[in-house]
Write a protein of this length. Sequence first.
Length: 335
Amino acid sequence: MSSAAICPKKFSTSFVISQRRRILHILSRCKEGVPAHMELNEGYVMQSSNNAQVKFYTGENIPLELHKVRVVQKLHLRPIQRRYDALEEAGYNTFLLNTKDVFLDMLTDSGVNAMSDNQVASMMVADDAYAGSQSFDKMKAAVEAVFGKRLILPVHQGRAAENIIARTFIKPGDVIPMNYHFTTTKAHFELNGGTLCEIYTPEAFVIHSDFPFKGNLDIGKLEAVIQQYGTERVPFIRLEASTNLIGGQPFSIANMYEVRKIADKYGIMMLLDASLLGENAWMIKQREPEFKNKSIKEILATMSGLCELVISPAAKSVRRAAAVSAPMSRHCLKK
Ligand SMILES: Cc1ncc(COP(=O)(O)O)c(C=O)c1O
């Protein structure tokens, strides 16, 4: 990280140098393992070696990126006319563009992030046995620690998990209530004969509203949908964390409890799409007073614990470890 990134231009060179020294000092302390939540002199706040911050001149805490990039990939910057032509040739469908015509590829966050040194190193010691792999045990323990689920099915990507869920639980004519769909979810659920029923809050699309949980499910409408179609046609209720297609809006845990009540009343399972779970958990911590003092780990465990099924396309933050997990609940046994 360069100190120029956090020092505004109007400061003198000596000020910038002194700030840079301080930041380097903080960074060196990070490496030395300064205890979590330690206040360094004059407002430099270290929250943990993974969550370091520096106080900006406005008083605002700015997060520090405690990584350095060691592998680089060549990018192409074609002349603007060539890029325009490429867009036209692709019929304005970004899936049909070739990367040689793309400067910054922001089509997806699925599996396109850089790997850490630890991830690359662990590939060398991975157990690639055809069956009985120790790497599976490691992954199972990690998934269990985060989601608290015992039954885990690894798949290559989130959409594969959606396919398995859809083929296992959805039959033609079924209706699946949810806060909002994701493209691959809609494809798999519909291919298996299901119909999506999006029952978001009235605030969900009000851009100027500062309602904190626009990803909430409308509880009144949820019960009405179940009564209209009957429990036999509702295999599960799907809650998507940080609803991707409506701008990353979160749901609250209070809303999850309400959904759980309805699910229990009618004996229906809940499915958590945990693709963007961390962001939702963070917003719960910021915005839901009951969870202000809970750790992200505790919030994740609460969210996961309220659902029978969880899909986690882990390729968004770590590579290739998407999973479907389900506890032996009465609902699963019933199915
Ligand atoms: C909410 C949601 N569900 C499912 C998926 C599918 O995951 P994957 O890209 O790993 O197939 C995504 C991917 O962006 C997503 O955002």
